[in-house]
Design a protein around this ligand. Structure first.
Ligand SMILES: [Mn+2]
Length: 312
């Protein structure tokens, strides 16, 4: 599959990279990291990274704004995005050829070429592996190294999550050869605004510990307004309670307009099946869903408790 992807990259003069909505460092890192590698390796090609601009990730790179016409003869590569509904910038179908590169379960294998590796910690790790396979032909500079490092750090929780393998470390070692400013990168990745810091305090004080090591917390809209944190940002606080003794799995419910976003996390019990029951999905230990009523919220909480009680 890697050979076929490289052949496609070589065959097209215009290459447009997409990633998912609500981007995280791996979405930006894999998209812009691959874009930077392609551009450095084939300077004559036009390479673009598109999608909604995320202010908190601007330190990683700038999103390109491009005309529709550029898609006409373009290769489109989508990074880090399991399903088409989550692809940022709906023009992804407008190219000549579509490639999916991802590390989430391949529930929706879209595109002409699909390269999915669920054993990879991150899509950024896959991009480093892609580079390594063809390092005679491809060029990786400091900037691509910084982007891919950020993606791997983001998705592995600074190399803490079980998705971190010896392969993750081996490939990451290639990146740290470059002299980019790692402390500055970590500062950018983990700095938190004062409103978010105060809201973290609220969550720590108010989350409910249930039977079996399940926990939940609900952030209604008026609370978020009072703390001056928008619902999308609040999702970033899902892990603040993760060091509580006895905690196994938890859900942070965040009201966003007419819907309630459920952010599920776990230290063992598989919770993505629960997310799927509500039209969501994700990793076994980190997933999300969108629900609509307080009744659904209560029901989801009961199911989480049951899952935790079943898992010793
Ligand atoms: Mn990812």
């Amino acid at each position: 599959m890697k050979e076929a992807i490289l052949a496609a990259i070589k065959a097209y003069d215009t290459i447009i990279l997409h990633r998912h909505v609500r981007p995280d460092p791996d979405a930006y890192g894999s998209q812009m990291g691959l874009a930077t590698i392609i551009q450095a390796s084939f300077p004559e090609k036009q390479v673009f990274s598109v999608g909604n601009d995320e202010a908190s990730l601007r330190f990683l790179g700038k999103v390109d704004e491009i005309a529709d016409e550029l898609y006409q003869d373009a290769l489109v590569i989508v990074c880090d995005t399991a399903n088409t509904a989550r692809i940022s910038d709906r023009r992804y179908t407008a190219g000549k050829m579509l490639i999916k590169i991802d590390h989430h379960p391949n529930d929706e294998p879209y595109g002409d070429l699909v390269w999915v590796d669920t054993s990879a910690s991150s899509c950024s790790e896959m991009i480093v592996s892609f580079y390594e396979t063809f390092q005679e032909e491809l060029t990786l500079h400091e900037e691509a190294a910084r982007l891919l490092y950020a993606g791997i750090v983001g998705d592995t929780g600074r190399f803490m999550y079980p998705s971190t393998t010896s392969e993750t470390f081996r490939l990451t070692a290639k990146l740290v050869h470059f002299p980019f400013d790692r402390p500055a990168l970590y500062r950018h990745l983990y700095e938190q605004s004062l409103p978010m810091t105060r809201l973290a305090g609220y969550i720590l004080e108010h989350f409910q510990m249930e039977e079996g090591g399940a926990a939940t917390v609900f952030l209604p809209e008026e609370l978020l307004t009072r703390f001056e944190v928008d619902p999308r940002e609040a999702s970033g606080l899902v892990n603040v309670i993760d060091s509580a003794v006895g905690l196994k799995a938890w859900i942070m419910f965040i009201q966003e307009g007419d819907v309630i976003r459920a952010r599920l996390r776990s230290k063992g019990p598989v919770i993505n099946e629960l997310a799927k029951e509500y039209g969501g999905g994700g990793h076994p230990l980190a997933s999300g869903a969108t629900i609509h009523t307080l009744e659904e919220m209560a029901e989801m909480k009961r199911k989480l408790i049951a899952i935790c009680l079943e898992t010793v």
